[in-house]
Design a protein around this ligand. Structure first.
Ligand code: ATP
Ligand code: MG
Length: 424
């Protein structure tokens, strides 16, 4: 089944409201095997809404609209769909009584205009709204061998979601013209989208109408989403296994987890299973690495604590960074990153010390050390090193990227150690 989304509201066009309804419906319908072929946003204008309905049904069986169901003058959706399907509006007495009693219970008078909410196009079903006044609407008809399905939902996201979950999705799930969708996600970090694609190379022989691969970048890394539309689960598993094997073969070093794994949780498990502890010495990230590590329940098993060493005086006084090095190399340097990692490890007795010193921006950059530069220091009982990374984002995103890079330095070091360890 193909679906079109029609999100309605001037506020969406002028950027006052972010269109989260379309994103949520797109995801929910897709995972239920309904192909969302098109998504259109229009203002509160009757002729435009009508024109887009016509367009949608030229291609799709199901149209889902949100917005414009309320009692105000700009709420036009119900009138337009009634007119489009040539179904007269009539007051639904039960609904009117229900709305009236909702007003009574809140000890409020019901404005005359609110009565319009109880008008329902003939032949339409109500989709019960447990969290608001206006119910959603459902309509289906088959004319000339063509089936048209319509769901009309309110704009308020909480109401829209409740109605969809309680009344719309169960109706759709009964239908046999859905595709089976099997998703698998591989989480990567430490490499950008285009480099990752280059690293993976051509996998087109594994992709077709039934098997898809998507790259989904964010500040914590690029997610690889593998999808099979086969309706045989054994075949879907086989297709995804084969694709996953190739991706791991070519880009395995960047893959840290699957599904909704986070880097900090995966790293936490690695530290715990090896009986290791970590401490942080943070300048540019201002405690953000410690924040991310402690977001994981049970992180006290392996995270000892840290020093936010923003000022040079704290780098010297608390972490033992040499004043001479600061003078010679500057705070954002390989030597200082290493001394910070070493210093926090010694101060806390942790197995591993990790540090960041960099320039998050917007000010403070130079030709030699531009905004977005970070040095990440690593120290354990055997090795000590620092790596330089360079990002191009704004301050908040740079801090996020620096912290991800630092967590990944630890993960990679542990993996390297494991790979080089003699077999037991
Ligand atoms: P109401 O009874 O509140 O008038 P409605 O169905 O008429 O309900 P709208 O008036 O279109 O809904 O929108 C109500 C509010 O819901 C808007 O102010 C907006 O903040 C939010 N909203 C509407 N559409 C969307 C959307 N597509 N994504 C996210 N929020 C939305
Ligand atoms: Mg409205």
């Amino acid at each position: 089944m193909r679906a079109h989304l029609l999100t309605i509201g001037d506020e969406l066009l002028i950027g006052q409201t972010t269109n989260t309804n379309a994103a949520w419906l797109g995801e929910q319908l897709t995972t239920r095997g309904i192909r969302v072929a098109r998504s259109v946003t229009v203002g509160d204008d009757a002729s435009t809404i009508r024109r887009e309905l016509e367009r949608a049904y030229a291609d799709a069986t199901l149209v889902v609209t949100t917005g414009g169901l309320g009692p105000t003058h700009d709420d036009l959706t119900k009138e337009v769909v009634a007119d489009y399907f040539d179904r007269p509006l009539a007051t639904d007495d039960a609904l009117l009584a229900q709305i009236r009693s909702a007003y009574d219970r809140r000890e409020r008078d019901m404005a005359e205009k609110v009565k319009d909410l109880a008008e329902v196009p003939d032949g339409f079903d109500l989709l019960d709204n447990p969290v608001g006044t206006a119910p959603g609407l459902w309509y289906q008809e088959e004319t000339g061998g063509r089936e048209r399905l319509l769901a009309v939902l309110p704009g308020v996201p909480t109401e829209m979601k409740r109605i969809a979950e309680a009344s719309l999705f169960p109706r759709l799930e009964q239908r046999s013209d859905r595709r089976t969708v099997t998703h698998r996600t591989l989480q990567t970090t430490g490499i950008g989208e285009s480099d990752l694609q280059a690293e993976i190379g051509d996998v087109s022989d594994l992709l077709d109408d039934e098997v898809h691969l998507a790259y989904l970048p964010s500040t914590s890394g690029v997610r690889l989403r593998l999808t099979s539309y086969s309706d045989r689960s054994d075949r879907a598993a086989e297709q995804l296994d084969r694709l996953e094997e190739v991706l791991r073969e070519r880009a395995g070093q960047y893959i840290f987890g699957t599904g909704t794994d986070t880097l900090e949780a995966v790293l936490g498990d690695m530290l715990r299973s090896r009986g290791l502890t970590v401490a942080t010495a943070e300048s540019a990230t201002g405690g953000y690495i410690g924040h991310r590590l402690t977001n994981v329940p049970g992180s006290s098993d392996y995270y000892l604590g840290g020093v936010v060493a923003y000022a040079n005086s704290v780098k010297v006084g608390r972490l033992g960074v040499s004043e001479a090095t600061l003078e010679a190399d500057g705070a954002v340097s390989e030597a200082v990153a290493r001394q910070m990692a070493r210093g926090v490890r010694e101060a806390t007795g942790a197995s591993i010390g990790i540090s960041t010193t960099g320039i998050a921006g917007p000010g403070g950059g130079t030709d030699e050390k531009p905004v977005g530069t970070v040095w990440i220091g690593y120290a354990d009982d055997e090795t000590e090193h620092a790596v330089r990374q360079k990002f191009l984002q704004d301050r908040m995103m740079n801090k996020d990227l620096f912290s991800t890079a630092a967590l990944d330095v630890i993960r990679r070091q542990l993996e390297r150690k494991e790979a080089s360890a003699p077999a037991p």
